[in-house]
Write a new protein. Sequence first.
Length: 206
Amino acid sequence: QEYIASDPVEKLESPRVPKELPTVLSAEQVSSLFRQVDIATPGGQRDRAMLHMLSTTGMRVTELVSLNLGDFDVKQATVVCPGRNGRSKRERILPLPPLAVEAIVHYVEKARPHLMARHPEQEALFLNHHGERLTRQGFWLIIKGYARQAGITNITPHMLRHSFAMMMLKDGMELRSVQELLGHAHITTTQVYSQLARAEMISPIT
């Protein structure tokens, strides 16, 4: 019996498993989510601000709920993602459009004081009805409720992030710039959105 000194397949590349393309929301579906929000309540004003934040920055839900009040700069119209979670360690400064700034300011000045009544020392930007930091699970329950009212099924917390990336690419933003906004460590992670755009596979969720 003879033994082979080296592995003959050592230098062969493993076959690439096709990565599933992300599902995105259409512009009308995003608008429909906004229409479900009752902005007459402190919770609704918070939810509108969160939807603006996610749909116009592409940040992760874990980043959204980790934001502190000091991360929002109204004068510069930016929000700082400090990279507190395990997915992204790099700080990112993300620009906010006027409508998003207006919604966040309204929430901070009018609604947040009501929500933080029990915990006036709370530094979290987005609070639950107990005055504590909103959790990822708490946000998920909120967005699922609005999606159900809007007739959108199979929604996931990441869909607003996917939709933001697609919108930026369709508007002509370079892939590297989209990568920076999303906080992807590798450009290959961002390229999946280019594949989706080229294939014109955007199909609304029903």
